[in-house]
Write a protein that binds this ligand. Structure first.
Ligand code: MLT
Length: 327
């Protein structure tokens, strides 16, 4: 019997693929939709990070596909409805990189408060401007965590060491639960009005897109620092740009953007913005964990075993039953 074809369409550490030695592993550039569709015609499994858009057209081009495994957390690059309708399992690696993202968040909060990126650029340009870069301490500040899920909680735990007051907004978390993470739960408007630093840890969904816009930024304390290591589009970038230009927001640290890469974004020209190219999960440890978990999902799915982090398992079973009845 032919070996199942596993298509890898984003960079993954090669050693994490070792668990698939018995499979026919092929690679393609998932950022090229036509190349992806062509490669998918023979694939039984697809392994991605966030660079590959697994849209309805990609799914339609993959008649043998059984599973899409995401080496990472966010699934906004996978059309889960289209996959489910085609009987394709979708699985992610939900905790693989949360520690790396939380650590980067803490680093970016301090980088924003201290103007680290602009100061470094000035130094590299041959200047020595010690007076120009006067930042603020984190101790004594109030930090608002928007989204108290896996990453938000780790951020809360780490920030506790900095002698800050922690607030949180999360409609899915009870106040008592937030309190166990050292956070006082508030509505978003209250959190915006009381925080010196706001850090965002949400998935991008229709409900969270544009959640922090002009109105919310207008509620903020003078000199707010806004940090986003979750997904672009949750913070309205044009509202943020205006607020930074007008000085009503003091600084921002952005690892994620509405459109990635954010070519031509005026935010990148502002000294008050610390910007990194979606590096939250880019540590050796996180990539290793994410790769191994995604490979495990492929292995289990192709062997017909339950896949622990499949997000659509029940719906796929009914869809497969419907599809085989039609056959
Ligand atoms: C994730 O959702 O896992 C992170 O944003 C990292 C990535 O996109 O690969």
């Amino acid at each position: 019997m032919n070996r199942p074809v596993v298509l890898v369409s984003d960079p993954l550490p090669p050693e994490t693929l070792a668990g698939l030695d018995a499979h026919d592993i092929r690679h393609c550039d998932g950022t090229d939709p036509a190349a992806l569709r062509a490669a998918l015609t023979e694939a039984h499994a697809l392994l991605v990070r966030s660079g590959t858009k697994v849209d309805a057209e990609a799914i339609a081009a993959a008649p043998h596909l059984r599973v899409v495994a995401r080496a990472g957390v966010g699934l906004d690059n996978v059309d889960i409805d289209a996959a489910t309708a085609a009987g394709v399992l979708v699985a992610n690696a939900p905790r693989s990189n949360v520690l790396s993202v939380a650590e980067l968040t803490v680093g970016l909060i301090i980088a924003s408060l201290r103007g680290v990126q602009a100061a470094g650029a000035s130094l590299r340009a041959g200047r020595w401007e010690r007076q120009a870069f006067k930042g603020s301490e984190l101790a004594g500040r109030t930090v608002g965590i928007v989204g108290l899920g896996n990453v938000g909680r780790l951020v809360a735990r780490r920030l506790a060491a900095f002698d800050v007051t922690l607030l949180a907004y999360d409609p899915y978390v009870p106040a008592a639960d937030a309190a166990t993470h050292g956070c006082r739960l508030l509505e978003l408007d209250d959190l915006m009005a009381r925080s010196d630093v706001v850090t965002v840890h949400l998935p991008r969904t229709p409900q969270t897109t544009g959640l922090i816009g002009r109105r919310e930024l207008a509620l903020a304390r003078p000199n707010l620092h806004l940090v986003n290591t979750s997904r672009g589009g949750i913070v309205d970038e044009s509202a943020l740009f205006s607020a930074l230009r007008e000085g009503s927001v003091g600084g921002a640290a952005l690892d994620v953007f509405e459109v990635e890469p954010p070519i031509g974004s005026p935010l990148l020209d502002l000294d008050a913005v610390v910007a990194t190219p979606h590096l939250g999960a880019s540590t050796r440890e996180a990539q290793d964990r994410a790769g191994r978990e995604a490979v495990r999902a492929v292995y289990d799915a192709l062997a017909g075993r339950p896949v622990p982090h499949a997000v659509n398992a029940a719906a796929v079973e009914s869809a497969r039953a419907r599809l085989s009845a039609v056959d």
